[in-house]
Design a protein around this ligand. Structure first.
Ligand SMILES: [Zn+2]
Length: 253
């Protein structure tokens, strides 16, 4: 007998057993009865075809999808044109997470990868009926979490597509933004682990940045010599990540 991984087994159980409330989506089924009753008039169960776009990065979130036995792909478009999968979702999840954080613009694109059934509700009705108002501090933290998720998606895509030297420069720019000083310690092992490349690749990439005059590197210490040169060496993800970082910083001010 083939034993599926734990996550997969859970999903299979979900699609085989309808919950007490009759909804096959875990989260929908787990809603408190009064909240489920408020949402019920706006929910439509239907078939979804493959490649149906549920949310488009940069566009308003129109609907919230509760997958039953369909599977969605969450993809991140890169400024350079590539699109990379950063996550997938089935009956365990819902799309349009951004609205939980008070944002109605999608950070990522969600498409139906495997066709099947699901329930869908207009995002505005979902927000009005389910996303209850909370304290300001709580709301702020949620917005941060949302921004962080957007960054995670961007980085995942970057790591899958962009060359190591550009990613190293991008990473150094981001680190430089946060440490707010010209010199900081960094080992080859740490950077190669983060970027998912061999140590030798990092050595080569760092040598390129050094010969371009962007950084100096000595005994585990990086010195940013020319910030503009470093930014020029970074991939096109950096401006996107910088903007998201600025958003996160702005939340607490
Ligand atoms: Zn990149």
């Amino acid at each position: 007998m083939v034993v599926p991984p734990p996550g997969l087994r859970k999903t299979v159980i979900v699609s085989e057993q309808r919950s007490e409330s009759g909804y096959e989506n875990r989260l929908l089924a787990a809603l408190p009865p009064d909240e489920a009753a408020r949402l019920a008039p706006y929910l439509v169960e239907r078939e979804f075809r493959a490649a149906e776009v549920v949310a488009q990065a940069g566009e308003p979130i129109e609907v919230i999808l509760f997958p039953y036995d369909l599977v969605t792909s969450t993809v991140t478009p890169l400024p350079s044109g590539e699109v990379v999968e950063v996550g997938l979702m089935g009956a365990e999840g819902i799309t349009g997470l951004d609205v939980l954080y008070g944002q109605n613009i999608a950070h990522t694109t969600v498409i139906v990868q495997i066709p099947g059934r699901g329930a869908v509700t207009p995002a505005a009705d979902f927000v009005r009926e389910i996303v209850a108002p909370a304290g300001r501090g709580h709301a702020m933290l949620l917005r941060y979490a949302n921004t962080f998720m957007a960054m995670v998606a961007q980085v995942a895509a970057c790591n899958a597509v962009h060359p190591a030297d550009q990613r190293l420069a991008r990473w150094l720019c981001m680190a430089h933004d946060r440490v707010r000083r010209e010199r900081f310690s960094l080992t080859h092992e740490y950077v190669s682990m983060m970027l998912g490349v061999r140590r030798a690749t990092i050595t080569t990439s760092a040598a390129m940045l050094r010969s371009a005059g962007a950084i100096d590197y000595h005994r585990g210490n990086v010195t940013v010599l020319d910030r503009h040169a470093l930014e020029r060496a970074a991939c096109s993800c950096y401006p996107v990540l910088r903007k998201l970082g600025d958003e996160a910083y702005g939340l607490a001010s």
